[in-house]
Write a protein that binds this ligand. Structure first.
Ligand SMILES: [Fe+2]
Length: 434
Protein backbone atom coordinates (compact mmCIF):
# COMPACT_ATOMS: atom_id res chain seq x y z
CA UNK A 1 0.00 0.00 0.00
CA UNK A 2 1.21 3.42 -0.79
CA UNK A 3 0.88 5.14 2.54
CA UNK A 4 1.29 8.86 2.62
CA UNK A 5 2.39 10.29 5.95
CA UNK A 6 2.36 14.06 6.11
CA UNK A 7 2.36 16.68 8.78
CA UNK A 8 -0.73 18.85 8.43
CA UNK A 9 1.26 21.99 7.82
CA UNK A 10 4.49 20.53 6.48
CA UNK A 11 4.09 18.95 3.10
CA UNK A 12 6.27 15.90 3.34
CA UNK A 13 5.24 12.59 1.85
CA UNK A 14 6.80 9.18 2.31
CA UNK A 15 5.80 6.02 0.45
CA UNK A 16 5.73 3.25 3.05
CA UNK A 17 3.70 0.23 1.90
CA UNK A 18 1.10 -1.13 -0.59
CA UNK A 19 -2.71 -1.77 -0.34
CA UNK A 20 -4.17 -5.24 -0.89
CA UNK A 21 -7.06 -3.95 -3.00
CA UNK A 22 -5.52 -1.40 -5.33
CA UNK A 23 -3.12 1.46 -5.62
CA UNK A 24 -5.13 3.64 -3.28
CA UNK A 25 -3.60 6.02 -0.79
CA UNK A 26 -4.34 6.45 2.88
CA UNK A 27 -5.37 9.83 4.18
CA UNK A 28 -4.93 10.87 7.77
CA UNK A 29 -7.59 13.48 8.17
CA UNK A 30 -6.98 16.29 10.67
CA UNK A 31 -7.54 15.19 14.28
CA UNK A 32 -8.81 17.46 17.06
CA UNK A 33 -9.23 16.83 20.76
CA UNK A 34 -12.63 18.10 21.94
CA UNK A 35 -11.16 18.98 25.35
CA UNK A 36 -9.07 21.68 23.65
CA UNK A 37 -12.26 23.62 22.85
CA UNK A 38 -12.56 24.33 26.58
CA UNK A 39 -8.85 25.02 27.18
CA UNK A 40 -7.95 28.71 26.84
CA UNK A 41 -4.41 27.87 25.81
CA UNK A 42 -5.38 25.37 23.12
CA UNK A 43 -8.69 26.72 21.89
CA UNK A 44 -7.31 28.86 19.08
CA UNK A 45 -5.24 26.02 17.60
CA UNK A 46 -8.25 23.68 17.94
CA UNK A 47 -10.46 26.11 16.01
CA UNK A 48 -7.78 26.70 13.37
CA UNK A 49 -7.49 22.96 12.68
CA UNK A 50 -11.25 22.57 12.55
CA UNK A 51 -11.58 25.51 10.15
CA UNK A 52 -8.82 24.27 7.85
CA UNK A 53 -10.24 20.73 7.84
CA UNK A 54 -13.78 21.82 7.01
CA UNK A 55 -12.73 24.33 4.37
CA UNK A 56 -10.48 21.90 2.52
CA UNK A 57 -11.11 18.16 2.88
CA UNK A 58 -14.50 18.48 4.62
CA UNK A 59 -13.65 15.67 7.07
CA UNK A 60 -12.00 15.65 10.49
CA UNK A 61 -11.58 13.25 13.38
CA UNK A 62 -12.45 14.07 17.00
CA UNK A 63 -11.14 12.47 20.17
CA UNK A 64 -12.61 12.72 23.66
CA UNK A 65 -16.15 13.53 22.57
CA UNK A 66 -17.62 12.58 25.94
CA UNK A 67 -19.85 9.96 24.31
CA UNK A 68 -20.07 6.86 26.53
CA UNK A 69 -18.14 4.01 24.86
CA UNK A 70 -20.45 1.47 26.52
CA UNK A 71 -23.43 3.00 24.73
CA UNK A 72 -21.67 2.54 21.40
CA UNK A 73 -20.70 -1.04 22.25
CA UNK A 74 -24.27 -1.94 23.24
CA UNK A 75 -25.63 -0.42 20.03
CA UNK A 76 -23.14 -2.39 17.93
CA UNK A 77 -24.06 -5.60 19.75
CA UNK A 78 -27.76 -5.04 19.09
CA UNK A 79 -27.08 -4.14 15.46
CA UNK A 80 -25.12 -7.31 14.88
CA UNK A 81 -27.84 -9.47 16.44
CA UNK A 82 -30.49 -7.78 14.30
CA UNK A 83 -28.74 -7.79 10.94
CA UNK A 84 -27.68 -11.44 11.28
CA UNK A 85 -31.31 -12.50 11.43
CA UNK A 86 -33.15 -14.01 8.51
CA UNK A 87 -34.18 -11.32 6.00
CA UNK A 88 -37.86 -12.21 6.39
CA UNK A 89 -37.63 -11.47 10.10
CA UNK A 90 -35.82 -8.20 9.44
CA UNK A 91 -38.53 -7.18 6.98
CA UNK A 92 -41.06 -7.21 9.80
CA UNK A 93 -39.46 -3.84 10.67
CA UNK A 94 -39.68 -2.59 7.07
CA UNK A 95 -42.57 -0.23 6.23
CA UNK A 96 -42.46 0.59 2.48
CA UNK A 97 -44.94 3.48 2.89
CA UNK A 98 -42.38 5.33 5.03
CA UNK A 99 -39.87 5.38 2.14
CA UNK A 100 -37.03 4.44 4.46
CA UNK A 101 -37.60 7.20 7.01
CA UNK A 102 -37.78 4.77 9.93
CA UNK A 103 -36.97 1.16 10.72
CA UNK A 104 -35.26 -1.42 8.53
CA UNK A 105 -34.34 -0.55 4.95
CA UNK A 106 -33.15 -3.42 2.71
CA UNK A 107 -31.06 -1.13 0.48
CA UNK A 108 -30.78 2.05 -1.56
CA UNK A 109 -28.96 3.43 -4.58
CA UNK A 110 -26.85 6.60 -4.37
CA UNK A 111 -27.79 9.70 -6.39
CA UNK A 112 -27.34 8.99 -10.10
CA UNK A 113 -26.56 5.28 -9.57
CA UNK A 114 -28.79 2.59 -11.06
CA UNK A 115 -27.28 -0.20 -8.96
CA UNK A 116 -28.18 -0.50 -5.29
CA UNK A 117 -25.46 -0.35 -2.66
CA UNK A 118 -24.47 -3.60 -0.93
CA UNK A 119 -25.83 -2.57 2.42
CA UNK A 120 -28.82 -2.75 4.73
CA UNK A 121 -29.61 -0.19 7.37
CA UNK A 122 -31.92 0.81 10.20
CA UNK A 123 -33.16 4.35 10.83
CA UNK A 124 -33.90 5.75 14.27
CA UNK A 125 -35.09 9.30 14.94
CA UNK A 126 -35.64 11.20 18.21
CA UNK A 127 -38.23 9.52 20.40
CA UNK A 128 -40.90 12.23 19.95
CA UNK A 129 -40.44 12.66 16.19
CA UNK A 130 -43.03 11.94 13.54
CA UNK A 131 -43.32 9.40 11.97
CA UNK A 132 -42.70 7.32 15.05
CA UNK A 133 -39.77 4.95 15.34
CA UNK A 134 -40.28 1.30 14.49
CA UNK A 135 -38.79 -1.27 16.82
CA UNK A 136 -38.04 -4.93 16.09
CA UNK A 137 -39.04 -7.71 18.43
CA UNK A 138 -35.56 -7.87 19.97
CA UNK A 139 -34.83 -7.38 23.64
CA UNK A 140 -32.60 -4.37 24.32
CA UNK A 141 -32.63 -2.97 20.75
CA UNK A 142 -34.90 0.02 21.45
CA UNK A 143 -33.04 0.97 24.64
CA UNK A 144 -29.60 0.67 23.03
CA UNK A 145 -30.48 2.70 19.94
CA UNK A 146 -32.39 5.33 21.92
CA UNK A 147 -29.38 5.76 24.20
CA UNK A 148 -27.11 6.05 21.17
CA UNK A 149 -29.33 8.68 19.60
CA UNK A 150 -29.40 10.71 22.80
CA UNK A 151 -25.62 10.48 23.32
CA UNK A 152 -24.72 11.47 19.76
CA UNK A 153 -27.26 14.27 19.64
CA UNK A 154 -25.93 15.58 22.95
CA UNK A 155 -22.45 15.62 21.47
CA UNK A 156 -23.67 17.53 18.41
CA UNK A 157 -24.33 20.55 20.68
CA UNK A 158 -20.71 21.45 21.56
CA UNK A 159 -19.61 20.39 18.09
CA UNK A 160 -21.96 22.88 16.44
CA UNK A 161 -20.83 25.53 18.93
CA UNK A 162 -17.24 24.86 17.88
CA UNK A 163 -18.18 25.31 14.23
CA UNK A 164 -19.84 28.66 15.01
CA UNK A 165 -16.68 29.62 16.92
CA UNK A 166 -14.49 28.91 13.86
CA UNK A 167 -16.62 31.38 11.89
CA UNK A 168 -16.73 33.96 14.69
CA UNK A 169 -12.96 33.74 15.09
CA UNK A 170 -12.60 35.29 11.62
CA UNK A 171 -15.75 37.29 11.03
CA UNK A 172 -16.70 40.82 12.15
CA UNK A 173 -20.36 39.65 12.17
CA UNK A 174 -20.36 37.04 14.95
CA UNK A 175 -23.15 34.48 15.16
CA UNK A 176 -24.95 33.38 18.31
CA UNK A 177 -22.90 30.47 19.69
CA UNK A 178 -26.01 28.26 19.50
CA UNK A 179 -27.07 29.47 16.07
CA UNK A 180 -27.00 25.96 14.57
CA UNK A 181 -28.31 24.35 17.75
CA UNK A 182 -31.46 26.46 17.57
CA UNK A 183 -32.05 24.92 14.13
CA UNK A 184 -31.37 21.33 15.17
CA UNK A 185 -32.92 21.29 18.66
CA UNK A 186 -36.25 20.10 17.28
CA UNK A 187 -34.80 19.08 13.97
CA UNK A 188 -34.99 15.97 11.84
CA UNK A 189 -31.71 14.34 12.85
CA UNK A 190 -31.52 10.63 12.19
CA UNK A 191 -29.34 7.71 13.21
CA UNK A 192 -28.48 5.20 10.55
CA UNK A 193 -27.07 1.85 11.68
CA UNK A 194 -25.55 0.19 8.64
CA UNK A 195 -24.66 -3.41 7.84
CA UNK A 196 -22.34 -4.08 4.91
CA UNK A 197 -22.37 -7.84 4.24
CA UNK A 198 -19.00 -9.53 3.63
CA UNK A 199 -17.96 -10.08 0.05
CA UNK A 200 -16.68 -13.42 -1.21
CA UNK A 201 -13.06 -13.59 -2.40
CA UNK A 202 -14.25 -14.07 -6.00
CA UNK A 203 -16.20 -10.80 -5.73
CA UNK A 204 -13.07 -8.84 -4.84
CA UNK A 205 -11.80 -7.32 -8.06
CA UNK A 206 -8.81 -5.00 -7.86
CA UNK A 207 -9.78 -3.19 -11.03
CA UNK A 208 -13.47 -2.91 -10.29
CA UNK A 209 -13.95 -2.91 -6.52
CA UNK A 210 -17.54 -3.50 -5.41
CA UNK A 211 -18.98 -0.54 -3.59
CA UNK A 212 -20.64 -1.12 -0.27
CA UNK A 213 -21.83 2.47 -0.74
CA UNK A 214 -21.38 4.31 -4.05
CA UNK A 215 -19.87 7.79 -4.16
CA UNK A 216 -22.12 10.52 -2.78
CA UNK A 217 -22.26 13.64 -0.65
CA UNK A 218 -24.40 13.79 2.49
CA UNK A 219 -27.57 15.88 2.49
CA UNK A 220 -27.36 17.18 6.07
CA UNK A 221 -25.51 19.76 8.15
CA UNK A 222 -23.03 17.30 9.59
CA UNK A 223 -22.53 13.56 9.90
CA UNK A 224 -21.06 12.23 13.16
CA UNK A 225 -19.62 8.73 13.07
CA UNK A 226 -18.32 6.69 15.95
CA UNK A 227 -15.71 4.12 14.84
CA UNK A 228 -16.77 1.43 12.34
CA UNK A 229 -15.94 -2.27 12.69
CA UNK A 230 -13.85 -2.45 9.51
CA UNK A 231 -12.09 -0.13 7.11
CA UNK A 232 -13.67 0.95 3.84
CA UNK A 233 -14.44 4.70 3.94
CA UNK A 234 -12.82 6.67 1.13
CA UNK A 235 -12.86 10.39 0.35
CA UNK A 236 -12.34 11.91 -3.08
CA UNK A 237 -9.73 14.63 -3.28
CA UNK A 238 -8.84 16.09 -6.65
CA UNK A 239 -10.30 13.08 -8.43
CA UNK A 240 -8.40 10.55 -6.33
CA UNK A 241 -9.99 8.16 -3.84
CA UNK A 242 -8.20 7.98 -0.50
CA UNK A 243 -8.74 5.62 2.43
CA UNK A 244 -9.68 7.58 5.54
CA UNK A 245 -7.49 6.66 8.52
CA UNK A 246 -8.05 7.99 12.03
CA UNK A 247 -6.99 7.11 15.61
CA UNK A 248 -8.93 4.05 16.75
CA UNK A 249 -10.87 5.90 19.47
CA UNK A 250 -11.77 8.89 17.30
CA UNK A 251 -15.09 9.84 15.75
CA UNK A 252 -15.23 10.99 12.14
CA UNK A 253 -17.20 14.13 11.32
CA UNK A 254 -17.95 15.33 7.81
CA UNK A 255 -19.57 18.47 6.44
CA UNK A 256 -22.87 17.93 4.61
CA UNK A 257 -24.47 19.74 1.69
CA UNK A 258 -26.63 21.92 3.95
CA UNK A 259 -23.65 23.32 5.85
CA UNK A 260 -21.81 23.88 2.58
CA UNK A 261 -24.79 25.89 1.37
CA UNK A 262 -25.05 27.94 4.57
CA UNK A 263 -21.32 28.58 4.59
CA UNK A 264 -21.44 29.81 0.96
CA UNK A 265 -19.00 27.05 0.03
CA UNK A 266 -16.52 27.95 2.76
CA UNK A 267 -16.95 24.45 4.22
CA UNK A 268 -16.80 21.52 1.81
CA UNK A 269 -19.28 18.67 1.57
CA UNK A 270 -16.84 16.10 0.22
CA UNK A 271 -17.71 13.20 -2.02
CA UNK A 272 -17.09 9.86 -0.31
CA UNK A 273 -17.88 6.15 -0.67
CA UNK A 274 -17.42 2.83 1.12
CA UNK A 275 -15.44 0.09 -0.59
CA UNK A 276 -14.78 -3.42 0.72
CA UNK A 277 -11.07 -3.84 1.38
CA UNK A 278 -10.92 -7.46 2.55
CA UNK A 279 -13.01 -10.54 1.62
CA UNK A 280 -15.15 -12.44 4.14
CA UNK A 281 -15.43 -9.45 6.46
CA UNK A 282 -18.73 -7.88 7.49
CA UNK A 283 -18.80 -4.23 8.33
CA UNK A 284 -21.06 -2.35 10.75
CA UNK A 285 -21.16 1.39 11.21
CA UNK A 286 -23.38 3.98 12.85
CA UNK A 287 -23.87 7.61 11.93
CA UNK A 288 -25.91 10.53 13.22
CA UNK A 289 -27.04 12.73 10.34
CA UNK A 290 -27.56 16.14 11.94
CA UNK A 291 -30.54 17.91 10.37
CA UNK A 292 -32.33 21.21 11.08
CA UNK A 293 -36.12 21.43 11.29
CA UNK A 294 -38.03 21.36 7.99
CA UNK A 295 -38.61 25.08 7.50
CA UNK A 296 -35.15 26.13 8.70
CA UNK A 297 -33.60 28.60 6.24
CA UNK A 298 -30.30 27.35 4.84
CA UNK A 299 -29.46 30.66 3.14
CA UNK A 300 -25.77 31.51 2.98
CA UNK A 301 -24.78 33.37 6.14
CA UNK A 302 -23.53 36.95 5.85
CA UNK A 303 -20.43 36.08 7.86
CA UNK A 304 -19.56 33.26 5.46
CA UNK A 305 -20.27 35.38 2.38
CA UNK A 306 -17.73 37.88 3.74
CA UNK A 307 -15.22 35.09 4.33
CA UNK A 308 -15.63 33.77 0.78
CA UNK A 309 -15.01 36.98 -1.08
CA UNK A 310 -18.24 38.93 -0.56
CA UNK A 311 -20.31 37.31 -3.33
CA UNK A 312 -23.21 34.96 -2.59
CA UNK A 313 -22.59 31.74 -4.52
CA UNK A 314 -25.28 29.43 -3.12
CA UNK A 315 -29.06 29.70 -3.28
CA UNK A 316 -31.40 30.47 -0.40
CA UNK A 317 -33.83 27.72 0.55
CA UNK A 318 -35.24 25.71 3.42
CA UNK A 319 -34.16 22.32 4.67
CA UNK A 320 -37.37 20.88 3.28
CA UNK A 321 -36.72 22.28 -0.21
CA UNK A 322 -33.16 20.93 -0.35
CA UNK A 323 -34.33 17.56 0.97
CA UNK A 324 -37.16 17.33 -1.57
CA UNK A 325 -34.70 18.08 -4.35
CA UNK A 326 -32.49 15.20 -3.18
CA UNK A 327 -35.40 12.78 -2.77
CA UNK A 328 -36.47 13.58 -6.33
CA UNK A 329 -32.92 12.98 -7.53
CA UNK A 330 -32.96 9.60 -5.80
CA UNK A 331 -36.33 8.80 -7.37
CA UNK A 332 -37.86 7.98 -3.99
CA UNK A 333 -40.29 10.89 -3.79
CA UNK A 334 -42.00 11.31 -7.19
CA UNK A 335 -45.14 12.61 -5.47
CA UNK A 336 -43.04 15.58 -4.29
CA UNK A 337 -42.46 16.86 -7.82
CA UNK A 338 -45.56 19.03 -8.02
CA UNK A 339 -45.27 20.59 -4.53
CA UNK A 340 -41.55 21.07 -5.13
CA UNK A 341 -42.25 22.89 -8.41
CA UNK A 342 -44.29 25.46 -6.47
CA UNK A 343 -41.57 26.33 -3.94
CA UNK A 344 -39.40 28.35 -6.35
CA UNK A 345 -36.36 26.40 -5.15
CA UNK A 346 -35.41 25.11 -8.60
CA UNK A 347 -35.53 28.68 -9.93
CA UNK A 348 -33.29 29.92 -7.10
CA UNK A 349 -30.87 27.04 -7.59
CA UNK A 350 -30.69 27.81 -11.32
CA UNK A 351 -29.93 31.49 -10.66
CA UNK A 352 -26.86 30.38 -8.72
CA UNK A 353 -26.01 27.69 -11.31
CA UNK A 354 -26.64 24.94 -8.77
CA UNK A 355 -29.77 23.32 -10.13
CA UNK A 356 -30.04 19.55 -10.18
CA UNK A 357 -30.01 18.34 -13.81
CA UNK A 358 -32.13 15.31 -12.89
CA UNK A 359 -34.78 17.39 -11.15
CA UNK A 360 -34.84 20.04 -13.88
CA UNK A 361 -35.33 17.30 -16.47
CA UNK A 362 -38.18 15.86 -14.40
CA UNK A 363 -39.82 19.29 -14.16
CA UNK A 364 -39.52 19.80 -17.91
CA UNK A 365 -40.82 16.29 -18.72
CA UNK A 366 -43.88 16.81 -16.54
CA UNK A 367 -44.60 20.32 -17.79
CA UNK A 368 -43.82 21.80 -14.38
CA UNK A 369 -40.86 23.98 -15.34
CA UNK A 370 -41.83 27.63 -14.87
CA UNK A 371 -40.91 30.32 -17.44
CA UNK A 372 -38.56 31.75 -14.79
CA UNK A 373 -36.77 28.43 -14.48
CA UNK A 374 -36.44 28.01 -18.24
CA UNK A 375 -35.16 31.55 -18.55
CA UNK A 376 -32.62 31.02 -15.77
CA UNK A 377 -31.42 27.82 -17.35
CA UNK A 378 -30.94 29.33 -20.79
CA UNK A 379 -30.68 25.80 -22.11
CA UNK A 380 -29.42 27.02 -25.50
CA UNK A 381 -25.89 27.29 -24.14
CA UNK A 382 -25.91 23.61 -23.11
CA UNK A 383 -25.05 24.59 -19.56
CA UNK A 384 -26.93 21.70 -17.98
CA UNK A 385 -25.25 19.13 -20.18
CA UNK A 386 -21.77 20.49 -19.70
CA UNK A 387 -21.90 20.98 -15.94
CA UNK A 388 -23.79 17.89 -14.81
CA UNK A 389 -23.00 18.48 -11.15
CA UNK A 390 -21.54 20.93 -8.71
CA UNK A 391 -17.96 21.81 -8.15
CA UNK A 392 -16.27 23.43 -5.19
CA UNK A 393 -13.00 24.03 -6.93
CA UNK A 394 -13.60 27.58 -8.09
CA UNK A 395 -14.78 28.68 -4.67
CA UNK A 396 -11.84 27.07 -2.90
CA UNK A 397 -9.46 28.60 -5.39
CA UNK A 398 -10.94 32.04 -4.82
CA UNK A 399 -10.66 31.62 -1.07
CA UNK A 400 -7.17 30.29 -1.41
CA UNK A 401 -6.04 33.15 -3.59
CA UNK A 402 -7.46 35.66 -1.16
CA UNK A 403 -5.66 34.16 1.81
CA UNK A 404 -2.45 33.16 0.10
CA UNK A 405 -0.45 36.11 1.37
CA UNK A 406 -1.15 35.18 4.98
CA UNK A 407 -0.58 31.45 4.59
CA UNK A 408 2.90 30.02 4.20
CA UNK A 409 1.35 27.09 2.35
CA UNK A 410 -1.92 27.62 0.49
CA UNK A 411 -5.02 25.59 1.29
CA UNK A 412 -5.22 24.36 -2.27
CA UNK A 413 -1.72 23.02 -1.92
CA UNK A 414 -2.77 21.25 1.25
CA UNK A 415 -5.68 19.79 -0.65
CA UNK A 416 -3.50 18.79 -3.54
CA UNK A 417 -0.77 17.21 -1.46
CA UNK A 418 -3.02 15.52 1.13
CA UNK A 419 -2.87 17.23 4.44
CA UNK A 420 -2.77 14.96 7.38
CA UNK A 421 -2.78 15.10 11.15
CA UNK A 422 0.32 15.85 13.15
CA UNK A 423 1.04 12.18 13.90
CA UNK A 424 1.53 12.52 17.64
CA UNK A 425 4.17 10.38 19.24
CA UNK A 426 2.94 6.92 20.23
CA UNK A 427 -0.48 7.35 18.65
CA UNK A 428 -1.84 4.39 16.70
CA UNK A 429 -3.87 5.03 13.60
CA UNK A 430 -6.32 2.37 12.58
CA UNK A 431 -8.85 2.51 9.80
CA UNK A 432 -12.19 3.70 11.09
CA UNK A 433 -15.01 4.80 8.90
CA UNK A 434 -18.52 4.07 7.75
FE1 LIG B 1 -22.25 9.49 3.41
Amino acid sequence: MKFIFCSFFCLRALVLSATPISDQLDLRIPVVDMRDFYDENKREAFLDTLYDAMSTVGFFAVRHTGVDANVIQRAYHQAEVFFKKDVEEKKLSFVPELHGQRGFVPGEAAKGKAQKDRKEFYHVARSNAYPKNIWPCQEGFEEALTDLYNELEQYSIPLLQAIVSTINQRSPSPLDLDFFNHMTKNGASLIRVIYYPALKPEEMDINQPLHWAASHTDIDLLAILPYATAKGLQVEINGQWLNVVVPEDAFIVNVGDMLENMSNGLFVSARHRVVAQEPDQDRFSMVLFVHPYDKAPLDPLDACIELTGGRQMYAPGTREEFLWERLLELDIGPALLEPYSKTGHAERQALYHRESPQVVNLLIQHGLASPELLQALDTKDGRLVSRGGKSHVSEVKAYDQEHKENNPVSLMEHRRELFLDSGREGETHNPSDY
